[in-house]
Design a protein around this ligand. Sequence first.
Ligand code: ADP
Length: 466
Amino acid sequence: MKTSLRSRLTLTYAMLALLLVGVISFCINFFFKIQFNDYVIAQQKQYNQDVVNLVDKQYDASTKSWNVNAVENIGVNALSQGVILKVKDLSGNIVWDATVHDNGLCTQMLSQMAENTLSHNSNLKGGYVQASYPLTSNFKTVGEAVIGYYGPYYYNSNDVSFLNKINTTLIVVGFVSLGMALLLGALMSRRISRPISKAVLAASEISRGNFKQRIEERSSTREIGQLTASVNDLADSLEKQQKLRKTMAADVSHELRTPLASLQSSLEAMIDGIWEPNNERLESCHEEILRINRLVGDLEKLERAEAENAVTELSEFDITELARHIIHNFESDFYKKGVRLNLVGDDVTIVADRDKISQVMVNLISNALKYTPEDGHVELSIKDTEDSVELAVTDSGNGIPPEDLPNIFERFYRADKSRNRLTGGSGLGLTITKAIVEAHKGNIRVASKLNKGTVFTVCLPKNGGK
Ligand code: ADP
């Protein structure tokens, strides 16, 4: 079974917290113990010295005797601290000896200290050790104090309770940090996994065809932001494509219905003998078929121009040279209609799909010819503007009504329906032109004045839109 991102993240946080607490506890235990043991050893030395100093004071130099009762008090007190005191005089005779005083208590004390110490240092190899200190009075040695204890160091009950408190604190800190890590982990993983789950949900909705699906939630995490933006972009483009497909199908059937219906009724009339199939009628039918053919051809061109990798045949060529060639081909058509055509501009080299750019110029010049009456004038100009080339087709024709200007690049849009029927346009020329220009990462704009003329300006990057 696959684990969810959320539980995996929470688990990671908890494990990290446990690891951290473990490492910190180990370090505290290890390094702190070393310091603490040094401290205990120093304390022991100091205590031994204090006991010796006290015993020193119990010697009466005038009578050369020891105050045995006072020595006993010191010894009993020391015994309660785990120290076994033995005091000898100068001749080596015992003045007071804790083992003689209460041997049982001495053994019990030693084993108690051993137990205390081993409970916190299980590897310690300790045992009974003793140290001798000279006893002096007026700078003269008057005897010897032998101090025995569990060595190399031992813990008394205060030390043990101190160490126990440290350990309890560590355990509490460990549990508190673990709880906090789990809580924080759960919160953080929720913050991370929620938008991802939403993206997954949205993506599966989109895959089911619900292209209206969008992710509203914003995330401060860059990658998650990019993910949700990509899913939304995907939904956008799929929705656009779906809309395009739907309208395309509707537009195409609408465009085909009229010529097909007229063709059908003409042919039926001829078959039924209502009309005589004379030359004129057959020619009219032929014209309708040509119209349908042109439309299908234009649709193919549009499909190719709008395809995702429309610009595949990139090459470097002189665009002015290409323009000269196209103008040459148009010369007789312009001459027949009595419209002047000229080209201005310097030679400019660009990287682009030559055939498609040629299609752009042909579409714009043929439109200019179509909508410019006799004695009119059409000019194609090419301008080199550093990173791009500006190609403008200016005519002195009919112009486009301002209300039609925003729509002329749309599929099957014709500004003047009745006149366009005569000119035979399919309303796809400018749509194809725009699709080609945009596939080259360029742009096309139009400016027009009714009965004065129109200017189409195409801006193309010189590097093929890379
Ligand atoms: P069509 O095949 O009908 O010419 P286009 O897409 O090329 O289709 O053009 C769309 C419409 O824009 C045309 O029907 C026409 O009304 C208008 N148009 C295009 N170019 C010009 C122009 N140079 N002068 C006036 N009108 C134009």
